[in-house]
Design a protein around this ligand. Structure first.
Ligand code: AHM
Ligand code: MG
Length: 338
């Protein structure tokens, strides 16, 4: 007898029916994002055959060189989401300001934020990359939509997820009722539920940080990593392993799959910046997923999803993953504050 496969659509319909979690506009939104991710996956897979490799010759608002695939992915997400009537506006790592749904389409109640292609430095070397997205509801009844509507704490997210373009293409999703993983069945062109109720082990022996920045770290980060590196001979009494893909999507996917702690702390290279990663479309959606899987996520001092954003492209320090390790790293920061 064939194994019954649950599609993304079926999963969402069941969430809608049984748990009343997903209004129809939100269901449409998630399905449209998932469809756009399939489109991006095809472009990513084609690589040099699709003339999508290399830089586009432009920079984004953060002064980063844009890759062709950054721009293609951004356009795919905008075109897919513009017309459905489920969105009021979108914001992206690759756009300076928000993109309001044009007048010719009906306006919905949701706001979509995304990093269209995270881990861009890995595009040309055939290492996993991904699309990260976060969904907010427009609050208040004012007419129109402005950047301020997006400046909501992460705990307000209605849904969040990512698509990883790796050895398998997977969509990882939360609507606030746990984390589900779907694998793209290329022959069928459909997303198939392959894991439900994802749980991050509370303890871990694996950390992820870019060690090349070590000399720039703040003392609590140095203390935490030094103790890990001392392994069995140090205060932790166990040996640690290290992984750093330099694609947050891939590092978080590993942590959701087998535990671990991911850190991109503040450092002295650019002291005026709180960190490298962006709060609204990188840290918040990943924090929502991690918390829904039983993990924790802080900026070293506070829960990331409690932070009140002040601007669209705000940056934040990130410590997320297995709960006991995130709590330890956070405690070291709080202790060093005195
Ligand atoms: P991007 O959005 O420009 O791709 O940058 C974000 C990425 C994350 O995916 C990853 O964790 C980090 O940058 C890697 O940074 P580094 O190259 O400094 O190690
Ligand atoms: Mg990114």
């Amino acid at each position: 007898m064939a194994i019954k496969k649950v599609s993304l659509t079926q999963y969402l319909v069941e969430q809608q029916r049984e748990h009343g979690r997903i209004p129809s506009q939100l269901r449409l939104l998630i399905e449209v994002v998932a469809r756009a991710c399939k489109h991006i996956a095809i472009a990513v897979n084609k690589g040099a055959l699709g003339d999508v490799m290399g830089t586009a010759g432009s920079e984004n608002v953060q002064g980063e060189v844009q890759k062709k695939l950054d721009i293609i992915s951004n356009e795919v997400l905008i075109e897919a989401n513009e017309w459905g009537g489920h969105l009021a506006a979108m914001a992206s790592e690759e756009m300076d300001t928000i993109h309001v749904v044009p007048n010719r389409y009906p306006q919905g109640e949701y706001l979509l934020l995304f990093d269209p292609l995270d881990g861009s430095s890995n595009i040309d070397v055939n290492v996993s990359i991904g699309t990260i997205f976060s969904v907010l509801r427009k609050v208040g009844h004012h007419h129109g939509v402005a950047e301020e509507d997006f400046l909501q704490a992460g705990k307000n997210q209605a849904a969040a997820g990512y698509c990883i373009y790796g050895s398998q293409t997977m969509l990882v999703l939360t609507v606030g009722d746990g984390v589900a993983m779907f694998t793209l069945d290329r022959e069928m062109g459909s997303w198939v539920l392959t894991q439900e109720n994802v749980q991050i082990p509370e303890d871990t022996k694996e950390f992820a940080i870019n060690m090349s920045n070590q000399r720039h770290w703040a003392p609590p980060v140095t203390r935490y990593i030094d103790e890990c590196l001392l392994g069995k001979d140090g205060p932790r009494g166990k040996d640690f392993n290290m992984r750093w893909v330099a694609s947050m999507v891939a590092d978080v996917h590993r942590i959701l799959s087998r535990g671990g702690v991911f850190m991109y702390p503040w450092d002295k290279r650019e002291p005026e910046k709180a960190g490298k990663l962006r709060l609204l479309y990188e840290a918040n959606p990943m924090s929502f997923l991690v918390e829904q899987a039983g993990g924790a996520s802080t900026n070293g001092r506070q829960r990331i999803m409690d932070l009140q954003p002040t601007k669209l492209h705000e940056r934040v320090a990130v410590f997320l993953g297995s709960k006991s390790e995130v709590e330890r790293a956070t405690a070291y920061h709080l202790e060093s504050q005195g």
